[in-house]
Design a protein around this ligand. Structure first.
Ligand code: PHE
Length: 340
């Protein structure tokens, strides 16, 4: 019996040492400790032994069982540790590699220009007003001294929604809306940036574009104030050595009306392609607020006067950044947008 125990123990130790997987450990467990296992058989054979030998043999068999149990557990832990070490060795992680940066967006050139325009006018004490893009014909035209049959309505071919409403063709209706709201108070000093709509579509015209309206109403406001304000704006926007010139023009809501040119920033006034060899570039329309427009809001044109101006944001952006086709502004091509 003792020889049998020794033999089984040696065999068991050899097989355990050679085991390389949990599966093999499971098989060994069955082989030795299972219902028909070798150690189980030993226990069973104890019954056939002489009673005086049983306790000692029983103890030996039991020790063998305990040894195997412990060894199986130990081996299983070793295998798990080896597997984890192998997994870590196979995994290559280079913590010094640069990370994947999230791309940040940039501001659209029109937003940049509008932000700068706002900054300049806020610096001169203006407030910012907004008006609706779906506007009443009444504000878009009538309150700007353009009655239904006025031929100047043809200057702005518009998108009508119904007989009374249209997509505003200019930001000028914000003039009347603002005056209605604050009359009889003065002074008014506002700019109003926003989208406007006209039935135009080519390299320099888009059916949707942006304007900035300006309006000042107070006692004693004159064309000279308009000129000084615009000169200040133009020099902050396009450089200290810009000059402006005013040419007579016509708008139904200003009298007198002017077109304002700036000296060409590309050739300095000598003549080039951008200024069509004139040395001057037209940038906006303006004038002294028409007395009837003041009157319609309730102001007394004998007491207060004002000036107004309006310009296209796309045009300013094109001049500032040297863009020669307006349509790129609305195509959302990142190669263009990333340049700003
Ligand atoms: N609203 C005019 C336009 O779109 C521009 C303008 C504004 C002219 C204010 C005079 C005063 O053409």
């Amino acid at each position: 019996m003792i020889d049998k125990i020794k033999e089984i123990q040696e065999m068991m130790e050899g097989e355990l040492a050679g085991a390389v997987s949990n599966e093999q450990l499971g098989e060994l467990k069955v082989k030795y400790l299972g219902k028909k296992g070798l150690i189980t058989d030993l226990s069973k054979s104890l019954g056939k032994m002489a009673p005086e030998d049983r306790p000692r043999m029983g103890q030996l068999v039991n020790e063998l069982r305990v040894t195997l149990d412990g060894a199986l557990e130990q081996k299983s832990r070793e295998l798990a540790a080896a597997a984890e070490a192998a997994r870590l060795a196979a995994e290559t992680l280079d913590v010094t590699l640069p990370g994947k940066a999230t791309k940040l967006g940039t501001k659209h050139p029109l937003t940049l220009v509008v932000d700068q325009i706002k900054d300049i006018f806020l610096g001169m004490g203006y407030m910012i007003e907004e008006g609706p893009q779906v506007e009443l014909d009444y504000y878009n035209f009538e309150r700007l001294n353009l009655p239904a049959d006025h031929p100047a309505r043809d200057m702005q071919d518009s998108f009508y929604i119904d007989a009374q409403r249209l997509l505003r063709s200019q930001t000028s209706p914000v003039q009347a809306r603002t005056m209605d709201r604050v009359c009889p108070q003065t002074p008014i000093k506002i700019i109003s940036p926003g989208a406007v709509y006209r039935r135009d579509d080519d390299a320099t015209h888009s059916p949707m574009f942006h304007q900035v309206e300006g309006l000042v109403v107070d006692e004693g406001i004159s064309l000279a104030d308009l000129k000084g304000t615009l000169l200040n704006f133009v020099r902050q926007m396009f450089g200290e050595d810009r000059e402006i010139r005013l040419r007579p023009s016509f708008f139904p809501f200003t009298e007198p009306s002017v077109e304002v040119d700036i000296s060409c920033m590309l050739c300095g006034g000598e003549g080039c392609r951008t200024c069509k060899d004139t040395g001057w570039i037209e940038i906006l329309g303006a004038g002294v607020v028409h007395p009837r427009v003041l009157e319609m809001s309730g102001y007394d044109p004998e007491k207060v006067t004002g000036f107004a101006f309006g310009f296209g944001v796309e045009r300013i952006a094109m001049l500032k950044y040297g863009i020669d086709d307006l349509r790129v502004m609305f195509e959302n091509d990142v190669r263009f947008l990333q340049k700003f």
